[in-house]
Design a protein around this ligand. Structure first.
Ligand code: GDP
Length: 861
C-alpha cells in the first residue's frame, strides 16, 4: 500500500473510534501520541495479532483461567452545556467518561454468591457428577454387551464356515470311496450316515459350536433349498461345496446361509432329489453332443473330463466308455445306444402293412468287359422299348428305366459297368435280380468278363449271357461259350442252366429274344412283391438340381410310392413333391421294380441308401436324424477287421469251424494272376479255406475295393497299385490292401496266416511317390525325369519302381536325384526334382516313381 495510514484513517477503515484504536494500540504495547500519527504495517500486524489473541483466549476459557474474560470499553464524551442566562450565560464543556465491561455470554464468572447458594450449587454439581458416572457406566455396559454379541456372532460364523469345509472334505472322501464307478450311482450326498454326523461330536467339526450354530449348520431342512439349487442339480454335492468354499475362506454370512439352505448337504435328513437322466450313448460321441444329452453346458462336461484326467475340447469325440463315466460322474445313467429306437419304430411301422404278394418285374444290370457293347445295348433297348412320352421319345438319363414288352415289364439299371453294381452291394443293397453279361463275339472272354462272373456269383445273381456284335463277320459265339465254361458258366446246350443269347446292339438282332430270356429267368426266380402297401426301396442315383433341389432316382422294391408320401431316405427325409419317370413325365405313383425320380427330399441321399414311406413327418425326421448321428459315429470308430491278422486271431479260437480267408488278387500280367490263384487256393486246410473271390489284370479299381468290402476280403496287389478312388474306398472301409512284387512273398504270407504261425513279416513300405512331368534326354545323363514329389519323400539310396497306369513297369534303383542341378539325398513332398533311373531309359511323362523300403515286422495278434 503506497499511501501511509494514520490512526485516524485506520479508525475510519475499521469503523472504530480513534480513541478506542489508540487505547487498543496502547494495550498492545504501542504508544501513540495522537490520531494523526502514522501506523506502519508492522504495527498493524501487531495490533491484529493482539486483537486475535485477545479474542482467541475468550474462545478457550478452560485453557487459560488467568486470561481476561471481559472486554472493557472506556468511552469519553464531551458535551457543551449552557449555564445561566442573559449576560451571564456561558458555555461549559462537560466531559462524560463511561466505562463498560462486557462479559462473554456463558463464560461470565459466577457472580459473587452467598454461602447458601454456594452450597446449593455444590450439591447440584455433585448430582451432576453422579449422573455423569452413571451414564458412563451404562455406556460401558452397553459396549460390553455389544462386544459380546459381536464376538458370539463371529464365533458362530467361523463355526459355520468350518462346517462347510468339513462337509466338503467328508464329501470328497465319501466320493473317493464310491467313485470307482458303479452304474447309476449319483455323486451326491450319502445322506444316511452323514445325517448323524453333526450330533456325533467330532468328525472334524469345530468343538465350540453353540447350540445355535449347531442348529444352523446341521441345518433344518429348508424348503427353499430345492428350488434354490434346482438350476444346478446336475452338480454333485461336492461340486457345490467346492464352489462355495472356492470363492475364498469364510465369507461368513452368505456361506452360513448357504450351508443352511443347500451347500451343507451334510445335515440334510432327506437329500434333494436330483434329476437323474438316462441317456443313450453310441460307440462314440462328441463332447458337445454329450453335454446336450445331459442338458449341460459343454464347459461343464469338459471340466468333468478334466477332473477325470481327460483333456478334451467341445468338438472332440470321446468313446462310449469315457462318455458313460462322465455321465455317471455327473450323476446320470447311461445305456448303450443301439441308435435303433426310431429304426425299430420304423420297422414296426413298415411291417404293420402286410398284403398279398404278386409277381413283380425283374431288375437287370448289364455288365461286361470294356467295349463289348454294354452302353450300346442299354441305349438300343431304351431307344426302342421305352414307352416314350409325347416329346417324340426323348428320354432322360435318371439311372434306370423300365421297358414294357408283350410278355412283361423289365427294369434296367442304366449304369453299365461293375462299379455301380459292387458299390450297391457294398452298401448292402440287393437290387439286381438278373445280370446280363455282355461278351463281344469277336473278342471273347476278357478279364472284366471274368470279374463280372465273380461279382454275380458272389451276389448269387443269375447270369444271362448276351453274345454281342453277332452282326460282325468275325463273330465267334462258340469261343464265348467255351471261354465261360472255364469259369463255371455253363450253357444249356452243355447241360448247364445259363441262357446264352446272340444279339447285336447295332442292328437289334436278338434283343427281343434277350428280353424274353430275362422274363423267363424272372419267372424261374418267382419274383414277388406287395403292391398295395407303403413303399420301400433303394436310391439308385442322386443329385442336387439348381431349380428343383435334391433329386433322387429310387427303385421301388415293395409297395407303391405316391406323390404326397412322407419318406425317410438314408439320412434325408421329406414329402414327395413330384414323381417323374424316365421319359421326364410326371407320374402319380410307382409300384414295385419301377424306377422313379423323387423331388421333395431334405437333402441329397447317397446311392445305395434305402427309403421307407412313413405315416408322418415326425417319424421320418427322427429316423433320418438318428441315422445321421449313427453314420457320423460309425465313421469315427475304427472299422472292424477283415484283415489277415483278424483271421489269425480267430484261428487261435476253438470251435469256430472252418474259417475263410477271402482274397481279391490283381496283378500286372495274366500269368501272375493265375499262378497266384492256384498257389493260394491250394493253401486251404481243414481249418481255413482260401477263397479267391476276385482276380484280374490291371490296377486295383474302385470296383475291386468295393467287392473286397462286401466280402471282407484282403486285396493283394501284385505289381499293381490302387487308383485314387479305390484308395478312398480302401481307407474309409479299413480294407486290408497289400502290395507285393515277389510271388514267394505272397504265398509265404498267406501260408503263415493259414497255419496261424506268427512270424516275421517282410513288409514293403512305400515312403514316397513322384510324378513324372517331363523327360529330358542328355548325352551325359541319359533320360532324366523332371518330377514332382506328390507324397512322402523320395530318397536317393532306396529302391524304386516305375509305375504306368497303376502297374509296375520297372523296379530298380536311382541313378541320380537332383534339385536345381545339385545332387541331393532326398526330396520331400511338394518339391520338384530331377530323377535318373539306373538302367531304365523308358520313363514317360505321367509315370509314377515310387520309392520304397522293406521292413521286417514282427506279427502280433
Ligand atoms: P461298352 O464299353 O461295353 O459300353 O461298349 P460300347 O457300348 O461303348 O461299345 C463299344 C463299341 O462297340 C462302340 O463303338 C459300339 O458302336 C460298338 N458296338 C457295340 N455293340 C455292337 C454290335 O452289336 N455290333 C457292332 N458291330 N458294333 C457294336
Amino acid at each position: 500500500m503506497s499511501q501511509q495510514t494514520t490512526i485516524r484513517k485506520l479508525a475510519e477503515l475499521v469503523n472504530a473510534p480513534v480513541e478506542k484504536l489508540l487505547e487498543q494500540l496502547a494495550e498492545a504495547g504501542m504508544a501513540f501520541d495522537g490520531p494523526d500519527q502514522v501506523v506502519t504495517s508492522i504495527e498493524k500486524m501487531k495490533l491484529l495479532g493482539f486483537l486475535k489473541r485477545a479474542h482467541g483466549k475468550g474462545d478457550k476459557p478452560a485453557e487459560d483461567a488467568a486470561a481476561p474474560k471481559k472486554i472493557t470499553l472506556n468511552r469519553r464524551k464531551v458535551q457543551e452545556l449552557t449555564v445561566g442566562g442573559g449576560k451571564t450565560r456561558s458555555t461549559v464543556a462537560v466531559e462524560v467518561r463511561q466505562k463498560r465491561t462486557y462479559f462473554k455470554a456463558g463464560e461470565m464468572e459466577a457472580p459473587p454468591v452467598s454461602d447458601e447458594r454456594e452450597d446449593a450449587l455444590r450439591k447440584l454439581e455433585e448430582s451432576r457428577q453422579r449422573n455423569l458416572t452413571e451414564q458412563q457406566k451404562l455406556a460401558e455396559d452397553d459396549k460390553r454387551r455389544a462386544d459380546e454379541v459381536a464376538e458370539r456372532k463371529r464365533l458362530e460364523e467361523a463355526a459355520a464356515a468350518e462346517k462347510i469345509v468339513a462337509v466338503a472334505v467328508a464329501e470328497v472322501e465319501a466320493r473317493e470311496e464310491t467313485t470307482k464307478p458303479k452304474p447309476g450311482h449319483h455323486g451326491a450326498p450319502k445322506p444316511a450316515p452323514r445325517a448323524e454326523a453333526p450330533r456325533g461330536e467330532d468328525r472334524g467339526t469345530p468343538k465350540h459350536k453353540t447350540r445355535g450354530s449347531h442348529a444352523m449348520v446341521a441345518g433344518v431342512e429348508d424348503d427353499d433349498s430345492a428350488s434354490r439349487f434346482a438350476g444346478q442339480l446336475h452338480l454333485s454335492a461336492t461340486d457345490r461345496a467346492r464352489r462355495s468354499t472356492a470363492r475364498g475362506k469364510p465369507k461368513p454370512k452368505r456361506q452360513a446361509e448357504q450351508a443352511r439352505s443347500g451347500g451343507g448337504a451334510h445335515g440334510f435328513s432327506r437329500p434333494t432329489a436330483p434329476i437323474v437322466r438316462e441317456i443313450a450313448i453310441g460307440d462314440a460321441i462328441t463332447v458337445a453332443d454329450l453335454a446336450q444329452k445331459l442338458a449341460l453346458k459343454g464347459g461343464d462336461v469338459v471340466k468333468t473330463l478334466f477332473k477325470m484326467g481327460v483333456m478334451a475340447t467341445i468338438t472332440q469325440t470321446i468313446d462310449h466308455d469315457t462318455a458313460v463315466l462322465v455321465a455317471e460322474e455327473l450323476g446320470h445313467t447311461a445305456v448303450r445306444a443301439g441308435g435303433d429306437d426310431a429304426e425299430i419304430e420304423l420297422l414296426a411301422h413298415a411291417e404293420e402293412v402286410q398284403g398279398d404278394r404278386t409277381a413283380r418285374p425283374p431288375v437287370v444290370t448289364i455288365m461286361g468287359h470294356v467295349d463289348h457293347g454294354k452302353t450300346s445295348l442299354l441305349d438300343y433297348i431304351r431307344r426302342t422299348k421305352v414307352a416314350s412320352g409325347e416329346a417324340g421319345g426323348i428320354t432322360q438319363h435318371i439311372g434306370a428305366y423300365h421297358v414294357e414288352t408283350d410278355k412283361g415289364v423289365i427294369s434296367f439299371l442304366d449304369t453299365p459297368g461293375h462299379a455301380a453294381f459292387t458299390q450297391m452291394r457294398a452298401r448292402g443293397a440287393k437290387l439286381t435280380d438278373i445280370v446280363i453279361l455282355v461278351v463281344a463275339a469277336d473278342d471273347g472272354v476278357m478279364p472284366q468278363t471274368i470279374e463280372a462272373v465273380q461279382h454275380a456269383k458272389a451276389a448269387k445273381v443269375p447270369l444271362i449271357i448276351a453274345i454281342n456284335k453277332i452282326d460282325k463277320s468275325d463273330a465267334d459265339p462258340s469261343q464265348v461259350k467255351n471261354g465261360l465254361l472255364a469259369h463255371d458258366v455253363v450253357a444249356e446246350e452243355f447241360g448247364g442252366d445259363t441262357q446264352f443269347v446272340e444279339v447285336s446292339a447295332k442292328t437289334g438282332q436278338g434283343v427281343d429274344a434277350l428280353l424274353d430270356a430275362v422274363l423267363l429267368q424272372a419267372e424261374v426266380l418267382e419274383l414277388t412283391a406287395v403292391t398295395d402297401a407303403r413303399a420301400t426301396g433303394v436310391v439308385i442315383e442322386s443329385s442336387l438340381d439348381r431349380g428343383r433341389g435334391p433329386v433322387a432316382t429310387v427303385l421301388v422294391q415293395q409297395g407303391t410310392l405316391k406323390k404326397g408320401d412322407y419318406l425317410v431316405c438314408g439320412v434325408q427325409y421329406g414329402r414327395v413333391r413330384a414323381l417323374f419317370d424316365e421319359t421326364g413325365s410326371q407320374v402319380p405313383e410307382a409300384g414295385p421294380s419301377i424306377p422313379v425320380q423323387v423331388l421333395g427330399l431334405s437333402g441329397v441321399p447317397d446311392a445305395g441308401d434305402d427309403f421307407v414311406v412313413v405315416d408322418d413327418e415326425r417319424l421320418a425326421k427322427e429316423v433320418a436324424q438318428q441315422r445321421d448321428i449313427k453314420r457320423r459315429e460309425s465313421r469315427m470308430v475304427a472299422v472292424p477287421g477283415n484283415r489277415m491278422e483278424d483271421i489269425m486271431a480267430q484261428m487261435g479260437q476253438q470251435g469256430e469251424g472252418q474259417l475263410a480267408l477271402n482274397l481279391v488278387i490283381k496283378a500286372d500280367v495274366q500269368g501272375s494272376v493265375q499262378a497266384l490263384r492256384e498257389a493260394l487256393t491250394a493253401l486251404s486246410t481243414d481249418a481255413i479255406r482260401i477263397n479267391v473271390i476276385g482276380s484280374g489284370v490291371g490296377g486295383i479299381t474302385e470296383s475291386d475295393a468295393n467287392s473286397a468290402v462286401t466280402s471282407k476280403a484282403t486285396i493283394i496287389g501284385f505289381n499293381v497299385r490302387a487308383d485314387a478312388t479305390a484308395r478312398r474306398v480302401v481307407e474309409s472301409n479299413g480294407v486290408d490292401l497289400r502290395y507285393f512284387s515277389i510271388i514267394y512273398d505272397v504265398i509265404d504270407q498267406v501260408k503263415q496266416v493259414a497255419s496261424g504261425i506268427l512270424g516275421v513279416e517282410i513288409r514293403e513300405e512305400i515312403i514316397g511317390t513322384a510324378e513324372v512331368r517331363d523327360v529330358f534326354r542328355s548325352s551325359k545323363f541319359g533320360a532324366v525325369a523332371g518330377c514332382m514329389v506328390v507324397e512322402g519323400v523320395v530318397k536317393r539310396h532306396k529302391p524304386i519302381r516305375v509305375l504306368r497306369d497303376s502297374v509296375v513297369v520297372f523296379e530298380g534303383e536311382l541313378e541320380s536325384l537332383r534339385r536345381f542341378k545339385e545332387n541331393v539325398d532326398e526330396v520331400r513332398n511338394g518339391t520338384e526334382c530331377g530323377i535318373g533311373v539306373k538302367r531304365y531309359d523308358d520313363v514317360k511323362p505321367g509315370d509314377q516313381i515310387e520309392c520304397f523300403e522293406r521292413i521286417e515286422v514282427q506279427r502280433t495278434l
